[in-house]
Design a protein around this ligand. Sequence first.
Ligand SMILES: [Zn+2]
Length: 197
Amino acid sequence: MVDYPTNTSHTHFNKALFLDRDGVLIDYVPYLSQPEQVKLPDSAGDALKQWQNAGYLLIIITNQAGVGRGYYSLQDVEKVHSYIHQQYNRFGVSFDDIFVCPHHPDDKCSCRKPSPEMLIKAAKKHHIALSQSFFVGDAPSDLEAAIRANCEPILVLTGRGQETFKNIAQSTKKIKVFKKLSDTVQLINLGEDRRLG
Ligand SMILES: [Zn+2]
């Protein structure tokens, strides 16, 4: 046992549902930069409320290379995020954190997915057990980041998901696939069964 004298909460680890933004949390629009372009997928609000009620932290992990490419600013991204938050709040959903990589792919930064860095940072900051957490994404880079972080990758077939599915079809990796974000609530009960069993 490790002794944490100042903060007993450190002995407890959280679980998280990590979420890619474009094509997962909101309908896919390439280089989306305005709140007006934001549309929540069907039943996504209710689904995330269920995840939250089950005790999962909700954390957004997003590459926004449009900033590095000069298409829009980090302030535009923040405006979009506050709008997304507002829209999900209507369902009682609150995001615990948002991690953004604003870099151009040519910058060779350390945070851009498929790097697991944003997931690892989030885990340190929020005391998350990555092995008991999920990362829902629609792109190969999301799945790879999840695998490299030792977090369970979940592919949804929205956004770029169909294309991603075709590309991983040959792969031997067992990746859970769901038609859309709201279908992932099936995993909550699986987790409960595992815990009780
Ligand atoms: Zn980066």
